[in-house]
Design a protein around this ligand. Structure first.
Ligand code: NAP
Ligand code: F7E
Length: 331
């Protein structure tokens, strides 16, 4: 609790997709929100600028222990949400060392800062369905063994287990949400759903003719980011710290995502999608499907946005954005 009497939360990765939705959610719940940003020569506050005046930004980096200790010391939060990561799977093969330093050891950096400053601070770790990788059973649940298929997935397995370990070693309230893919109009441009929605918008507006994609057969359990940040908060309000799978419970192929997005604006995806082997991965995760029964029962969490509505929402948002930019002469 701060002097304002409001609960305080630190969010790492606040400039990312999930950080921006979580911060908005926490503000609505009456929190004082402290967002961790890393120093950059240009500001990247696109996703948070509409509420930036209502939060406190603090400079730190997940690879710098001292900076994280300073953040926790100064903010003195009740809850810390660790959403920062090198989160793009293909980049993890190009930069495996950096991915390990940020996505794996970065978790220890935040946990250590909490351990040193105040062990009663609650900690949320952004674990991922990529940990299941070459899935050992379907659907995947909390007890499914991990078999990561990328340096990113491997790093997330480390982050997951170090969170369990600090819980068991120091009695800390440290939880992992094993979240399946979640998307939104704020999704990074390189992820497949956003690549598709932006491509559809550009084609619809006559700015382009094709979208080049990789493996159309890969299947993912896609949900809406706004629904998933609610689950993060719910996990942190429980009496006991436990890990939860968060997923929609449906799986769809990249091909189906194309069909949903193109048909939303009356186009046939087969006329515009070109397969480019450049986007294939050295090792693919072929099928993910989550069983979120534990989250649904214990947290009373249910997702509200369906797969087709999600793709439609993203296409509409990209069309609106492009039209707005066009009016300002930016397209
Ligand atoms: P995102 O949009 O890529 O955001 C990542 C955030 O991490 C950005 O704010 C980025 O800052 C920050 N960051 C990166 N390196 C950092 C460093 N060294 N120090 C401090 N901050 C750093 O990711 P997201 O989709 O919101 O995902 C949030 C978290 O959930 C990530 O940990 C991701 O791995 C995990 N996750 C995501 C999904 C999903 O489907 N979205 C599913 C499961 C788990 P800059 O803006 O400065 O780059
Ligand atoms: O790929 C296939 C690709 O990059 C999904 C991250 O948030 O979710 C995300 O990881 C699938 C893969 O997400 C293209 O091969 C085909 O099978 O959108 P993505 P991801 O790798 O599943 C998990 C849960 C995370 O934790 C991660 O941080 O789509 N695919 N063609 C393509 N993917 C991309 N990016 N680009 C293509 O052209």
């Amino acid at each position: 609790m701060g002097s304002s009497g409001k609960p305080r939360a630190v969010v790492t990765g606040i400039t990312g997709q999930d950080g921006s939705y979580l911060a908005e959610f926490l503000l609505e719940k009456g929190y004082d929100v402290f967002g961790v940003v890393r120093r950059s020569s240009t500001e990247k506050f696109e996703r948070i600028k509409h509420f930036q005046d209502r939060i406190t930004l603090m400079h730190a980096d997940l690879t710098d222990q001292g900076s994280m200790i300073d953040v926790i010391t100064e903010a003195r939060p009740r809850e810390v949400y660790n959403l920062a990561a090198q989160s793009f799977v293909p980049t993890s093969w190009k930069q495996p060392m950096l991915t390990g330093q940020v996505t794996a050891l970065g978790v220890t950096c935040v946990l250590e800062a909490i351990r040193v400053v105040d062990k009663s601070i609650r900690f949320y770790q952004a674990s991922s369905s990529e940990m299941f990788g070459n899935a050992q059973e379907t659907p995947q649940r909390e007890s499914t063994p991990f078999y990561p298929r990328s340096p990113y997935g491997v790093a997330k397995v480390y982050g997951h287990w170090i969170t369990v370990n600090y819980r068991e070693s120091y009695g800390m309230f440290a939880v992992s949400g094993i979240l399946f893919n979640h998307e939104s109009p704020r999704r990074g441009l390189e992820f497949v759903t956003r690549k598709i929605s932006l491509g559809v918008a550009r084609i619809r507006l006559g700015l382009d003719t094709e979208v080049r994609l990789g493996n159309l057969d890969a299947k993912r359990d896609w949900g809406y980011a706004g629904d998933y940040v609610r689950a993060m908060w719910l996990m942190m309000q429980q009496e006991t710290p436990e890990d939860y799978v968060v997923s929609s419970g449906e799986t769809h192929s990249v091909r189906e995502a194309c069909e949903a997005a193109f048909s939303h604006v009356g186009l046939n995806w087969e006329d515009h999608v070109t397969v480019d082997p450049k986007f294939y991965r050295p090792a693919e995760v072929h099928l993910l499907l989550g069983d979120s029964a534990k989250a649904r029962t214990r947290l009373k969490w249910t997702p509200e946005v369906s797969f087709r509505d999600l793709m439609g929402m993203m296409v509409d948002a990209d069309i609106e954005r492009l039209q707005r930019e066009n009016q300002h002469g930016a397209v």
